[in-house]
Design a protein around this ligand. Structure first.
Ligand SMILES: Nc1nc2c(ncn2[C@@H]2O[C@H](COP(=O)(O)OP(=O)(O)O)[C@@H](O)[C@H]2O)c(=O)[nH]1
Ligand SMILES: [Mg+2]
Length: 313
């Protein structure tokens, strides 16, 4: 049997192999994804983002357990380099993951964050498509709330949970980092710590502006991931948000937008390759660079001429 056949038969080791193929962009990975697309679209994607140490992995863990108890199948992707899921964990964190069931209802995957982050967002999105096609009901994606790559990843999620902690200034930091913009739900985790009530009040005050403008309530849930406290509330808000997305038509709209973006990114990447190849054939680029450097011509004139010659303009 081929790896694809084993994947379609529900073999998790084949799933792991396929995600590696996707991640490494091994020859033929696009054909594999092409097969997956018609089988995908059913899984709900929940993004968990926020500063390192806020408790994202712990929350993902608790939410996953609760979904599993409901008979749901859960795929987890960790893009957080500090995540216990990625192996850079404290012993305690690893133990927590070990008692996940090994009956095929859950699968945990970390995406490499070392080296080039170039295709990380695309690779993560593609891995989510694979998990979706494999038959998971939920795909939970954990990522640290920084940078464009993370924002691109979060953009593919249906619902975004921003995790904060009661440390002073956290809400303000989140505002600065643009997390307020992308959050659908706030989990104020480590609510066992002092100051939690104050931060929750502060958050709620900031959120009033957003709530006035939109139908959605932008709830703040005070969670304690380690004590399994209010995880049920958090999950019910997630479910409520998904229901809201459906009833408001946003679910459909967002999914279609993702497809549009996907087409543009595939075509753009492909055209980029073609253009680079063509350019090296058409012109002695170093010679032209020299001429521009010496002030004999300029990049605009050169480009205009190249586009004319290539008949692309
Ligand atoms: N006091 C307290 N600690 C927590 C809570 N949730 C998680 N932690 C701890 O915070 C640390 C970081 O958690 P982790 O889930 O790895 O955070 P992440 O970096 O956001 O994924 C771990 O040592 C957790 O055990 C909580 O509700 N209360
Ligand atoms: Mg983590």
């Amino acid at each position: 049997m081929t790896v694809l056949e084993r994947f379609l038969g529900g073999d998790q080791s084949a799933l792991a192999r396929i995600i590696t193929i996707i991640e490494d962009r091994t020859d033929g990975y696009q054909d594999v994804l092409a097969r997956f697309y018609p089988r995908s679209g059913k899984a709900v994607r929940i993004g968990f983002t926020g500063p390192p140490g806020a408790g994202k992995s712990s929350l993902v863990n608790s939410i996953a357990r609760m979904l599993l108890a409901q008979g749901k199948k859960v795929g987890i992707i960790a893009v957080d380099p500090t995540s216990p899921f990625t192996g850079g964990a404290l012993l305690g964190d690893r133990i927590r993951m070990v008692d996940m069931p090994s009956d095929g209802t859950v699968y945990i995957r970390s995406m490499a964050t070392r080296g080039s982050t170039g295709g990380l967002a695309a690779a993560t999105g593609n891995a989510a498509v694979a998990l979706d096609a494999f038959g998971f009901d939920y795909v939970l994606i954990e990522t640290v709330g920084v940078g464009q790559v993370e924002l691109d990843i979060i953009d593919t999620c249906d619902t975004v949970v921003v995790t904060l902690v009661p440390e002073s200034g956290d809400a303000v930091q989140a505002l600065k980092a643009g997390l307020m913009e992308i959050a659908d739900i706030f989990a104020l985790n480590k609510s066992d710590r002092p100051g939690a009530e104050n931060i929750a009040a502060e958050l709620n005050m900031i959120l009033e502006i957003k709530r006035e403008k939109q139908e959605w309530e932008f709830p703040v849930v005070m969670t304690e991931a380690i004590n399994n406290k209010n995880i049920d509330r958090l999950l019910s808000k997630i479910e409520k948000h998904i229901a809201y997305l459906h009833s408001s038509g946003q679910f459909d709209k967002h999914r279609r937008e993702q497809i549009r973006k996907k087409i543009v990114s595939i075509v753009t990447a492909q055209i980029n390759v073609v253009v680079r190849e063509k350019l090296t054939q058409m012109v002695d680029i170093e010679k032209v660079v020299g001429e521009i450097y010496e002030g004999k011509t300029d990049p605009y004139t050169v480009s205009k001429e190249l586009i004319r010659l290539s008949r692309m303009g």
